[in-house]
Design a protein around this ligand. Sequence first.
Ligand code: NAD
Length: 240
Amino acid sequence: MNQTPLRLLIHGASGRMGQALLRLAAEHTDTLNVVGAYTGRAPAQRVVDGIPHFAAKELHGAPPFDVAIDFSLPEGFDAILALCVERGAGLVSGTTGISQAQREALDAAAKAIPLVWASNFSLGVAVLDELVERAAQALAGWDCDIVESHHTRKLDAPSGTALTLGAAAGRGGATPQYASLRAGDIVGEHLVQFTGLGERIELVHRATNRDIFARGALFAARQLGQRAPGSYRVRDLLNG
Ligand code: NAD
């Protein structure tokens, strides 16, 4: 079946995530068409591997697109959100550190466009989130502990993902405790442990490569292309 490729904007294109997104999208040009790559500063080259590059301040003149994928910084977030609303396009954002006001703007935008914001775009963590909520519901009264490990350059603790998993445990009725380890070059590990009398369940996710976040974001973009306005979790998109 022939399908028209999904037209994507990549916002934050020169960053570690942006580069991974461009590299992985280039492997699927039959279904994904990157129509513009936006960077914080003016790009060194206007066209790279056939993809037009622009400065973020040129967003207002962006070519037509279906979904924007944003892995930038909180300073760039408002402009890409506003553009998606103005164009009626979907937004996939993994930008962390956004403010309460920016979260509220996301909620308001979800009335007009389909969007997903997530602190972790790994599909494995999306499944772990669901398992943690189910385990917490079934194991009333058990202790719940979340141990996260990351590389030594990571400043925030507990990680955003640990807090997201903690919220899932909380929805299931548990009260999680957190512990954080910073060591070497660990990409990211999350252990959610439920301990009862004489038994213990350990649910673990280990990330070994940052590409998992880019793949998850591209998956989310494909899914959003067909959705009604609303705010979706990666987990919602996995469940079809
Ligand atoms: P990076 O510093 O390598 O790249 C940042 C990118 O944003 C660059 O392209 C830069 O030019 C651009 N930028 C900076 N200021 C901008 C502005 N005002 N407007 C538009 N663009 C601007 O960072 P990274 O490691 O690629 O991470 C980017 C974001 O994604 C961070 O918030 C990071 O925490 C987050 N992240 C999220 C996940 C997830 O799964 N949700 C995974 C990894 C990283």
